[in-house]
Write a protein that binds this ligand. Structure first.
Ligand code: GDP
Ligand code: IMO
Ligand code: MG
Length: 456
């Protein structure tokens, strides 16, 4: 069977940790979208692993697959594999022939276009994700399978590279270097193709996964990013360029929607909000220079909201895994989560980071929005409307900091009562049961209520 792990908010909800948590029963972990814009953290036995591209199952020695819906930077891939090998892991990574390749000009253009966009810039990770998906949709992309066929690779590059160079030089008035040079790219990427072939890494993803499922193996589908930065269901244009939502798990692996739908879809929820990047955020606390619209704090100001934001940011280590940028933080946004529950059809929830909020006197939740004088319970479809929404809050009594590791050992009822009230409110609003509660970053700091692999 399959279990699909989906971010229900703005990314960084703790997806990597949940993949690892249930990883014991899993044979194959497949990523279905995104690329090295992701930063997934797994903490086990005091060891911390940060993975951008290699699926999080690698930490438990599982087969990891980068599905056809992913965009793959071979340089990052091999660097990450080599780094894991240096740490005595033996990552077994396969890459879909149909996945698209991030080339150096994609990264260059990502930066150039972000600078040009000003207010419309999404604050991307600069990894070339958007430009690569653009070329995929424009039918001028280079796929992993093409790297293994030098004639096809040359043909593709000879067509596309002059266009990219002209775009950079003539439209954006930039000087270009070897990242826009056909010969250089051909030699470098042909070699990546050889390494992929020599290490037997290239697969037809859908067939590969279906065969494993037919053989009775358990497959996990690991989403990157989150629902509100999904290109279709998120806060366009402040989004990533792929579909983190559960439908992407079918398209991005080649497994049928009925196969994915027969399994479980677990929504990963952070107990508050965090965001790297720009765009509105109705439940935001304080702000972050350069990412929060109209953020202009008074010199030396240190108001209560700002202090609270700083407190949560520091307690939760809310600094980007990929870029190190301070993340914007806010209270939980229920309209955002109701939207996610519908778009993904969650069968279960993992709610993380309740330890981070411990010690606060009260914990607020944006229960609804006030929009043009009306109360609404879910997100409007345009970001302009979303920006006009004012959150209306419900307040919950806070809970104390406790020995979370022993709570995890003792089980759900050991969670402080006020935190359980909070958790049960979220589950009731989303009409999905709680499968796990994160009470710290480590594998041992998670309260497991249900293991989806033993439900079937
Ligand atoms: P992902 O992108 O969804 O995999 O999440 P990230 O790894 O980018 O960010 C989540 C961060 O929170 C990581 O540093 C995790 O180790 C950490 N984390 C995950 N779950 C919990 C939790 O329940 N409590 C705390 N304090 N940290 C957690
Ligand atoms: P994980 O998998 C949080 C955000 C970027 C930017 C927007 C577009 O760790 O949850 P991109 O580089 O994808 O074109 O940037 O999306 N973003 C993420 N935010 N977590 C992520 O991944 C993200 N991946 C992209 O900050 O606003
Ligand atoms: Mg992350």
């Amino acid at each position: 069977m399959t279990v699909t792990i989906v971010g229900s908010q703005l990314g960084d909800e703790g997806k990597g940790g949940v993949v690892d948590l249930y990883g014991d029963a899993v044979d194959v972990v497949a990523r279905y979208q995104g690329g090295d814009n992701a930063g997934h953290t797994v903490v086990h036995d005091g060891e911390k692993y940060k993975l951008s591209l290699v699926p999080s199952g690698a930490v438990r020695g599982k087969v990891g697959v980068l599905g056809n819906g992913c965009v793959v930077n071979p340089e990052t891939l091999f660097d990450e594999i080599d780094t894991l090998r240096d740490r005595d892991l033996e990552p077994d990574v396969r890459v879909a022939e149909r996945a698209h390749v991030i080339l150096p000009y994609h990264r260059a253009l990502d930066g150039i276009e972000e600078d040009e966009k000003e207010d419309l810039a999404a604050g991307t990770t600069g990894r070339g994700i958007g430009p690569t998906y653009e070329d995929k949709a424009g039918r001028r992309g280079v796929r992993v399978g093409d790297l293994l066929d030098p004639d096809v690779l040359r043909e593709r590059l000879e067509y596309v590279v002059p266009q990219k160079r002209a775009l950079a030089e003539d439209v954006f008035d930039k000087r270009t270097g070897e990242e826009f040079d056909v010969e250089h790219l051909y030699e470098t990427y042909r070699e990546y193709g050889e390494r992929l072939a020599n290490e037997g890494m290239v697969v037809d993803c859908g067939t590969f996964l279906q065969e494993r499922i037919d053989a009775g193996e358990n497959v996990m589908l690991e989403g990157a990013q989150g629902t509100s930065i999904d290109i279709d269901h998120g806060i366009y244009p402040y989004v990533t360029s792929s579909n983190p939502t559960a439908g992407g798990a079918s398209v991005g692996t080649g497994l049928g929607p009925t196969v994915v739908g027969q399994g479980e879809v677990i929504g990963i929820v952070k107990a508050y909000l965090s965001r790297v990047g720009t765009g509105p955020l109705p439940t935001e606390l304080g702000g972050v220079e350069g990412q929060t619209p109209d953020y202009d704090p008074e010199e030396g100001s240190d108001d209560e909201e700002e202090q609270l934001a700083t407190y949560i940011r520091d307690e939760g280590g809310e600094y980007g895994t990929v870029t190190g940028r301070p993340r914007r933080v806010g209270w939980l946004d229920m309209p955002m989560l109701r939207h996610a529950a519908r778009a993904n059809g969650f069968t279960g929830l993992a709610i993380n980071h309740i330890d981070v909020l411990a010690g606060l006197e009260e914990v607020n939740v944006g229960h609804a929005y006030e929009f043009d004088g009306e109360e609404i319970l879910t997100m409007p479809a345009t970001t302009e409307k979303w920006g006009r929404c004012e959150a209306t809050f419900r307040s919950f009594d806070g809970w104390p900091a406790v020995d979370w590791e022993s709570v995890a050992e003792d089980g759900y009822d050991a969670i402080p009562e006020n935190a359980r009230t909070y958790l049960e409110y979220v589950a009731a609003e989303l009409e999905a049961p709680i499968y796990a509660v994160g009470v710290g970053p480590g594998r041992e700091e998670t309260v497991v209520v249900e293991n989806p692999y033993s439900n079937n």
